[in-house]
Design a protein around this ligand. Structure first.
Ligand SMILES: Cc1ncc(COP(=O)(O)O)c(C=O)c1O
Length: 451
């Protein structure tokens, strides 16, 4: 067995024990897999919702309806345990040492790369660059890769629904290169139509960078089609997967991405961990983003050469405990199953939007169809500032997000008043009880302002 194979085998063993330790009862899991949509939303409280027991924060706050998972998800106990286990049993600085603990810490990082690679369908685990978050991943592409291909007069194309993390880096890359930033605009339901692609993706498009699932509209963009079109024009395709990876299976090869970014804290992993996957030949050809320790091959007084990919992009000491916990988060997601996660979220979104439709003062932002929303429902309560809505809901123990959601150009383009809206974002651990609390809370908001 090669060293790599033995690492994978150990990762599989670890995943198996993580799953056993996890509080999901097999029976409950099987029941959820076979449940119909209405069975799923009927799990109205923690006693009937086995998933909430996996998440200490939710178990510690049984009266809280946590509806802000798009900002950051809660962490299951297995992830918290993994983080602690690393420090208690394995802590040493990875890569530097030749003693057993350091070698184990290094192995933990390699195992995590394997797990992430498998999770997103990456063909080679060496192309998994471990970063601090999705923002850093996207900055690596815009600041280290883009200057190697962008020339004056070229175009970078993004959508108007980008999170600032996939927008500001491109503004700067275009400014530096003398390129033009071009926007794809969706229709009123948030869908980017083929005619818009015809107009905006052309021979000048050197880079197309799009959000896979919007953090405001919840809509999934047609990434396969978009990737095909930009490649036909000889351009490169970058995908921001921060909001898709928590909800839907991803395969970077099927998508046709050249680069793909994600954030661990949105997929039930720790803060401070992100991933950039890139095509091997592109990662090898581009220069590093940050420089310093760990990312070098050799250093002289006046010069340095770089370590191979991925270390070339990982300057400084890595958060090995966070990386280890990220692998545990992926193991957890796989143990629940993205099919179960997707089915529960779809049912919850449908139920929530049907209930909201009964309230004539709620304006949904984006598509009226529940199937267009991956866990995210943005809305406003007519005539009431979103900050007031969120504050009153908070008094009723309902946590939602209100503001511009790091998507100011989108809210400006939509003409949303005050450049702010409310967002309820659901995860698979939510249930009908959470949605009922939100709806009751919204009725309370309305009556508070309207007597
Ligand atoms: C669509 C999208 N892209 C990128 C990001 C940035 O993620 P991070 O803050 O982890 O860098 C977010 C965060 O909310 C997001 O929703």
């Amino acid at each position: 067995m090669s060293q790599t194979d033995s690492l994978i085998a150990r990762a599989a063993e670890q995943a198996a024990s993580d799953t056993t330790a996890c509080a999901i009862a097999d029976a409950a899991h099987a029941a959820a897999t076979s449940a119909t949509a209405s069975d799923i939303v009927c799990a109205a409280n923690i006693a009937e919702n086995p998933y909430k027991r996996d998440f200490p924060l939710l178990a510690n706050h049984p009266d809280l309806a946590f509806l802000d998972s798009a900002a950051t998800a809660q962490r299951p106990k297995t992830v918290l345990d993994a983080q602690r286990r690393f420090y208690e049993e394995m802590n040493a600085n990875a890569l530097r040492g030749l003693y057993r603990l350091s070698v184990e810490a290094t192995e933990a990082i390699e195992v995590a790369r394997h797990r992430v690679a498998k999770f997103i369908g990456a063909p080679d685990w060496h192309d998994i660059v471990l970063t601090r978050n999705a923002s850093e991943s996207l900055n690596i592409v815009a600041k280290a890769f883009a200057p190697t291909v962008l020339e004056p007069g070229d175009e970078v194309c993004i959508t108007i629904m980008e999170h600032h993390s996939n927008l500001i880096p491109w503004q700067q890359a275009c400014r530096d290169a003398g390129a033009k930033l071009v926007y794809l605009y969706p229709d009123e339901d948030g869908i980017i139509q083929p005619e818009e692609m015809d107009k905006k993706i052309g021979p000048k498009t050197k880079i197309l960078s799009v959000v896979h699932v919007s953090n405001v509209l919840g809509v999934e963009n047609p990434v396969v089609e978009l990737g095909r079109r930009v490649h036909e024009q000889g351009g490169y395709f970058v995908v921001d997967g921060a909001q898709s990876t928590p909800h839907i299976p991803v395969n970077v090869e099927e998508i046709g991405a050249d680069f793909f970014a994600l954030s661990a804290h949105k997929i039930f992993g720790p803060f401070g961990m992100g991933v950039l996957w890139g095509k091997d030949e592109l990662l090898r050809a581009m220069p590093p983003f940050l420089t310093g320790g760990e990312m070098i091959d050799s250093v002289t007084e006046q010069d340095a050469t770089w370590a191979p990919v991925p270390e070339k992009f990982e300057a400084g000491t890595q958060d090995a405990a966070g990386i280890y916990a990220t692998a545990a988060a992926i193991a957890y997601v796989e143990s629940v199953g993205l099919d179960v996660i997707g089915a529960r979220e779809k049912a919850l979104v449908k139920y929530c939007m049907e209930e909201m439709a009964q309230l004539p003062y709620i304006d949904i932002i984006g598509s009226p169809r529940p199937e267009d929303h991956h866990g995210v429902i943005s809305f406003n309560v007519r005539g009431i500032h979103p900050h007031d809505v969120a504050s009153i809901l908070d008094m009723d123990q309902v946590a939602i997000r209100a503001g511009h959601h790091c998507a100011q150009p989108l809210l400006t383009w939509l003409g949303v008043e005050n450049l702010a809206c409310c967002r309820a974002s659901l995860a698979f651990y939510n249930d009908k009880g959470d949605v009922d609390k939100l709806i009751a809370g919204l009725k309370n908001v309305w009556s508070t302002f309207n007597g």
